[in-house]
Design a protein around this ligand. Structure first.
Ligand SMILES: Cc1cc2nc3c(=O)[nH]c(=O)nc-3n(C[C@H](O)[C@H](O)[C@H](O)COP(=O)(O)OP(=O)(O)OC[C@H]3O[C@@H](n4cnc5c(N)ncnc54)[C@H](O)[C@@H]3O)c2cc1C
Length: 412
């Protein structure tokens, strides 16, 4: 049995790397984080947008109260109270074709009583449409979301938008098993696990900057602008990180994106297909309503978030629109935003942000390509939302992957 390492190099300061570093420091291990970019956060970060003259998140991120590892992370760095939201399981929707508005309010407890309540459910939904949700994880690893869930109003007006948001993949190719895993930790547990929340000020303010400060205050070295271009391997272990030797009591966690990990590690199978997420930000004020966001059915925009001075829209499973000109997308999306928020015709200043490789495509074949945290080298572990967490690429998956990688090294 290999003793636990005295010093671990973590490659990548996204949520997975930060989470791994925190676990290791908690266990008394020295940590150095190597981050290629000028700031930490990776795909979950905020920045100042000069054109709009305000701070933006790279994309709207929604958390659910059932995301237990994400909340443990926030509790550890002391930022749970920086999350905003309705404080209750509340999901407002609007159907753009009919103009109907409704609010889904899942009831407490595992039995879906809300499906019977006119004031809580999706209009036109039938109970029998909900039953296949229970089968998502029972139909084998090849099953797709659209292959299991039944067409109907519950699907079109709730399950499909939730599936696209959680998996960032079109339902006809998305893995039913992965959606089942999300459902098991949210809707299947009842309303208490379905309280939505988002950062009040920004992703970096809630998740990233306090985590980096937490690490540094406990003695970690966080090196920004420090890209690792190669690892050395000899005698069954990692022996070099960049041009620095890795001592016998040191280890490495790769928490960089899948393609970087594949370039650093020989013969590593990783997901190799990705889906985009597009965000359109408008510089205007609007009424945030009860939840601070609204789901849109039948539009280009899918989720509209209202923050002070900014309205931001998410388009998930975005490969189909990623090449559309930005001005065309903004105009199309403004049409939807105007309708839902009852805003004037004139489009305010806007900005389109395209994250082309936002997440791996959450299909059954890509899910099979996800490696475990533990590798065949005892002093090397893998983290990242693309590793085999059993969840799709989410904040919860990324944070859990960091915990898994730290555990793999500590238990090696
Ligand atoms: C637009 C958008 C919207 C999203 N919405 C949601 C949502 O609503 N809810 C949700 O739960 N999740 C959401 N996600 C997913 C979530 O953001 C990701 O799953 C998570 O941030 C991934 O974290 P990670 O640490 O695995 O990877 P990354 O964030 O990609 O971190 C990898 C880090 O490694 C660094 N790196 C790369 N190469 C090197 C190298 N050679 N040397 C050193 N460092 C290197 C990178 O710079 C980066 O900082 C969204 C993602 C996007 C893009």
């Amino acid at each position: 049995m290999t003793p636990a390492p005295a010093h671990v190099h973590v490659i990548g300061a996204g949520l997975a790397g930060l989470s791994a570093a925190m676990q290791l420091l908690d266990r008394g291990v020295r940590v150095t984080v190597h981050e290629a970019g000028p700031a930490a956060g990776g795909r979950c970060r905020s920045y100042f947008d000069r054109e709009l003259g305000c701070r933006l998140d790279n994309g709207n991120h929604l958390l659910l109260s059932g995301n237990r590892d994400a909340y443990a992370f926030l509790d550890r760095i002391g930022t749970r109270d920086t999350m905003a939201g309705p404080g209750a399981p509340v999901f407002p929707f609007m159907d753009l074709a009919t103009g109907e508005r409704w609010t889904v309010r899942p009831s407490q407890g595992r039995l879906p009583w809300w499906l019977f309540s006119r004031s809580r459910r999706v209009p036109g939904a039938r109970l029998r449409e909900f039953l296949p949700v229970l089968l998502l994880r029972r139909r084998g690893a090849d099953a797709t979301v659209a292959g299991i869930l039944r067409p109907g109003e519950l699907y079109r007006r709730l399950l499909e938008p939730l599936a696209i948001a959680a998996l960032n993949t079109p339902p006809d190719t998305a893995s039913a098993t992965l959606l089942g895993a999300v459902m098991d930790e949210s809707l299947a547990l009842g309303g208490a696990a379905c309280v939505p929340a988002y950062p009040r000020d920004g992703l970096s303010e809630s998740f990233i900057d306090p985590a980096v400060a937490w690490l540094i205050s406990r003695g970690a070295d966080v090196l920004l602008g420090h890209r690792i271009g190669n690892l050395g391997f000899a005698a069954g272990r990692v022996t070099a990180i960049g041009d620095r030797p890795v001592a016998s009591d040191e280890a490495v966690i790769i928490a960089a994106p899948a393609s970087v990990a594949a370039a650093l590690v020989p013969d590593l199978l990783v997901p190799d297909r990705f889906e985009a997420i597009l965000n359109v930000h408008f510089r205007c004020d609007a009424d945030p309503g009860e939840a601070g966001f609204t789901g849109l059915i039948g539009g280009t925009a899918e989720w509209v978030f209202v923050k002070p001075g900014v309205v931001s829209v998410t388009i998930s499973a975005g490969n189909r629109r990623v090449d559309a000109p930005a001005a065309e997308l903004a105009a199309e999306v403004w049409h939807d935003v105007r309708a839902v928020l009852r805003l004037p015709d004139a489009m305010p200043a806007w900005r389109v942000v395209k994250e082309k490789r936002a997440t791996f495509a959450a299909t059954p074949d890509q899910d099979r390509r996800r490696p475990a945290a533990r590798t065949r080298w005892p002093n090397l572990a893998l983290a990242g939302d693309w590793t085999a967490t059993g969840l799709p690429a989410t904040i919860e998956g990324a944070i859990r992957s960091g915990c898994n990688a730290a555990s793999a090294l500590l238990a090696a």
